[in-house]
Design a protein around this ligand. Structure first.
Ligand code: GLN
Length: 188
């Protein structure tokens, strides 16, 4: 059975833990670096990326998560997690984990679309369109050659994958549809 952690410093943690359990995998709330060693994958949840970065640094999880990914383990970054995993944040010097070759636009959908839901087609997912919830969501402004774009909305990239790193601009854990999570777990 696969063991999947959720970074539990801040943000939408419990919904991810529930979703992991529903797929039959083991869910772990990760607060300390020493919890990473026996995980197959880690979810970086939505929340506030600036706060999450500060707490990751404080609890010695920033470099540890980079090493975890480098050792071949999977990372699923949702919303703020997509921002933190990026190579770069457009217009900002804020440090990122640099796990996927993307440049992201924080709060990229602006005020008018602060929060919205959309049914989207995701490459690799069979069946109905995926119900995606966007909350002050970022988008991916550009990707490197190694990155596959999995979904777009208004020509903006909102889901992408590079090896075992999967990112979405939306919150897949909020709708009860676990197909994307299952896709992530199957890739590990
Ligand atoms: N706008 C937030 C950030 O950049 C992300 C919002 C979210 O995770 N729902 O940190």
């Amino acid at each position: 059975m696969k063991k999947i952690g959720v970074l539990a410093l801040q943000g939408a943690v419990s919904e991810h833990l529930d979703a992991i359990s529903r797929t039959g995998a083991t869910a772990v709330a990760v607060k300390h670096p020493d919890q990473l060693h026996d995980l197959d994958g880690l979810i970086l949840p939505g929340g506030e990326s600036t706060t999450m970065r500060r707490l990751m640094k404080k609890y010695d999880l920033f470099e540890t998560i980079q090493a975890f990914a480098k050792s071949g383990k999977g990372i699923f970054g949702t919303c703020a997690g997509l921002v933190l995993t990026a190579r770069e944040i457009d217009g900002s010097d804020d440090e990122t984990l640099g796990l996927i070759d993307t440049v992201v636009m924080r709060n990229g959908f602006g005020r008018q679309k602060d929060s919205f839901e959309a049914a989207i087609e995701i490459k690799g997912l069979k069946g109905d369109p995926f119900p995606a919830v966007f909350i002050r969501a970022p988008y991916i402004a550009s990707v490197g050659e190694q990155v596959s774009v999995l979904a777009t909305i208004d020509n903006k990239c909102i889901a992408a994958q590079q090896g075992k790193i999967l990112v979405t601009a939306f919150h897949p854990e909020l709708t009860g549809d676990t197909r994307l999570l299952e896709l992530f777990i199957a890739s590990l």
